[in-house]
Design a protein around this ligand. Structure first.
Ligand code: ATP
Ligand code: MG
Ligand code: MG
Length: 395
């Protein structure tokens, strides 16, 4: 999606990813693309020798390699900076940094990944206890909810999370009523602006739906809530992180209206995909403008409301089963991906985005669908056939 924004400005892009037809390479043709992992130091140094600016779309990159680029290729600008990436990669360091600037957070503490350490944290922070891996965490894969502090439960948590090696920390359980997110963008000159607060709904720890803008309902009547969320997000980025680019700030809303920060991603974020169709400049346009030192685009919504549904791979692979009246065009090797795409094509205001990933796997993010409309009610109504389809396929 960043490559798509770059292509509109004739900006040349070289992509480092595994495979000659990796998704971003399908967007922009270039002889400079590199086939390799973003965790491979040699490949990172190779791509650095070909570019003026390096950016990442995932924070789990090899930071040491980026630090080597800083030394070996001082003319290459790296955004976000390796120090920011290093900080954010370790969720405990990230929390400590945010706490040091007085950002609103739930209680957390470091935990030794053994029986005594976890039992101690459970005593201090209570149950259920959210145990998290400090590093290499995404889509909830580094999270474990400890419901009881007996020997067997703690053993199961250690087995799941650390395999005896990964460092852990613990968070007090946050009884949130909603989750929300704000994308913040800072230009090279320090100008900062934010997109509207949105509601995010997760299933099995993975972003499932996004509703934009955040809708006030009976449980959260305070009309200043969305502005408050934007303020908290902007302040966190201003105080805790340097440099240009987009940052995704994930937050929890409690039933008394309090907002706590969950975590921050130093890049365009899944909860900002809706900005492509719904905002005057998308998060990708703005990330690009920011790291290139161009004027930032407007973050305002240009439609009344938007919704975004992630398309996750199903285990339901096989040929598309469709009724004879529908087109038989198959978009992927995954029945559910195809089915949702066909349904979306029949909905006004719906834009399917398929990522061109080589293979579908259960739970893998294969694409998303954004729906725009004049009002929140219209967008929710337009989303209904997709949610019904999902429920039918999933049984
Ligand atoms: P991402 O893919 O967003 O990077 P992640 O693996 O870093 O995910 P988190 O964002 O830490 O995971 O947590 C995933 C989800 O788990 C949250 O969106 C929220 O629904 C739930 N969650 C996280 N922390 C807590 C907590 N302390 N209390 C209650 N629920 C939580
Ligand atoms: Mg995360
Ligand atoms: Mg998260």
């Amino acid at each position: 999606m960043l490559a798509a924004s770059a292509s509109l400005l004739n900006i040349k892009v070289a992509v480092l990813d595994v495979g000659v037809d990796a998704p971003a390479k399908q967007i922009i043709a270039s002889s400079s693309h590199i086939d390799g992992s973003f965790r491979n130091k040699e490949k990172i140094l190779e791509i650095a020798s070909k570019v003026d600016i390096l950016t990442v779309e995932i924070e789990h990159v090899d930071v040491e390699a980026l630090e080597a680029v800083q030394k070996g290729h001082p003319n290459v600008a790296i955004h976000p900076s390796p120090s920011t990436i290093r900080l954010i990669q370790d969720k405990l360091s990230q929390k400590r940094l945010l706490a040091s600037f007085g950002c609103p957070l739930g209680s957390f503490q470091a935990v030794d990944a053994n029986q005594d350490g976890i039992a101690h944290a459970a005593k201090e922070l209570g149950l259920p206890l959210m145990l998290k891996s400090r590093t290499m965490a995404y889509d909830g894969r580094g999270n474990y909810v400890l419901r009881s502090a007996d020997f067997e439960s703690i053993t199961a948590a250690i087995d799941f999370l650390s395999h005896g090696s990964r460092k852990l920390y613990a968070e007090k359980w946050v009884p949130f009523v909603k989750e929300l997110a704000v994308m913040v963008v800072r230009g090279l000159d320090g100008t900062i602006s934010s997109y509207p607060a949105v509601e995010t709904i997760h299933r099995n720890n993975v972003c499932h739906l996004v509703w934009a803008p955040f809708r006030l309902s009976n449980i959260d009547q305070d009309p200043t809530l969305p502005t408050k969320a934007e303020h908290i997000a902007r302040e966190a980025i201003e105080k805790a992180f340097e440099g240009p680019g987009v940052f995704g700030v994930e937050m929890f809303l409690l039933n008394d209206g309090e907002i706590l920060i969950n975590e921050i991603a130093p890049r365009p974020h899944n909860s900002g995909h809706y900005t492509i169709e719904a905002c005057e400049s998308s998060q990708y346009d703005n990330h690009l403008r920011a790291i290139l030192g161009l004027p930032l685009g407007s973050t305002r919504m240009k439609v009344g409301a938007a919704g975004m549904l992630n398309i996750l791979g199903s285990s339901n692979s096989g040929p598309l089963k469709i009724s004879p009246s529908q087109s038989s065009l198959s978009f992927s090797d995954d029945f559910l991906v195809d089915k949702l795409t066909h349904v979306a094509l029949g909905i006004p205001g719906a834009s399917p985005h398929l990522y061109g990933k080589a293979q579908s796997r259960k739970g893998r993010k294969m694409g998303h669908i954004t729906i725009v409309g004049t009002s929140d009610a219209e967008v929710r109504e337009r989303m209904t056939p997709l949610l019904t389809c999902l429920a039918e396929v999933e049984g």
